[in-house]
Design a binder for this molecule. Structure first.
Ligand code: DC
Length: 216
């Protein structure tokens, strides 16, 4: 079974997807983390984003694997922390807009789901990666609420940041992700929308589990 969860940054997608997967005993695949890992590789190897040949060669050298717990490994290295740091965050929208990168990720994502029941989250899972997914959920929330959540999350991690700069960054990222030419962030016509502005994480998870159970 495939459950596709799409939505903008800081909508609560990741936490929700992880908990839904845990409840159903499915594999959780965070495709944003995959784009982030490619971005990390490109930054570390100084791959120029305007050079299709070098991009193609680099993509061939990138091996992405998921551990049984859903941890992502880039060429055998645990990159869970590095992919959340600022250089990657600042650069990932540009990298994920490159068609060759997207084609490779979609191929990997299809392979990862081949032998598992999965909860896969991202921006284009219901529209491009699995247009025939069993369930498609599109998570939305007010921009201010998303910024506040992200701000509190960063502060909790001890990162020095301002609410205003996070809000500005989210607006810019949403604009970039939804207007790019290839597989923009977009609700699939048959996706169920969940607005999490006034929901807790537990309520979001319960809503998705209800949708699935009521269909079985
Ligand atoms: O979910 P996230 O913030 O970790 O995603 C990082 C970036 O990757 C974001 O700018 C959009 C992009 N992305 C994408 O283009 N397609 C996906 N399926 C997942 C993420």
């Amino acid at each position: 079974m495939i459950i596709a969860i799409d939505g903008p940054s800081a909508s609560g997608k990741s936490t929700t997807a992880k908990l839904v997967a845990k409840k159903l005993d499915f594999l959780h695949i965070d495709t944003g983390a995959m784009y982030r890992a490619v971005t990390l590789y490109f930054l570390e190897h100084q791959v120029p984003l305007n050079n299709p040949t070098q991009i193609k060669q680099s993509l061939e050298k990138i091996d992405l694997k998921l551990s049984a717990e859903g941890k992502l490994f880039l060429n055998g290295r645990d990159v869970a922390e590095a992919i959340r740091e600022n250089p990657v965050t600042n650069f990932v929208s540009q990298v994920s807009a490159i068609p060759a990168v997207r084609d490779r990720m979609v191929e990997l994502q299809s392979n990862l789901a081949r032998n598992h029941d999965v909860v896969m989250e991202g921006r284009d899972i219901g529209t491009r990666v699995f247009p025939d997914a069993d369930y498609k959920i599109f998570i939305v929330a007010d921009t201010e609420v998303r910024s506040r959540r992200r701000y509190l999350e960063m502060r909790e991690k001890g990162v020095d940041c301002s609410y205003e700069s996070i809000l500005k960054d989210l607006i810019e990222r949403d604009r970039f992700d939804s207007t790019r030419e290839h597989s923009p962030l977009k609700k699939a016509d048959d996706a169920i929308v969940i607005d999490t502005t006034r929901l807790t994480i537990e309520e979001q998870v319960a809503e998705i589990i209800d949708i699935i159970r009521s269909n079985q």
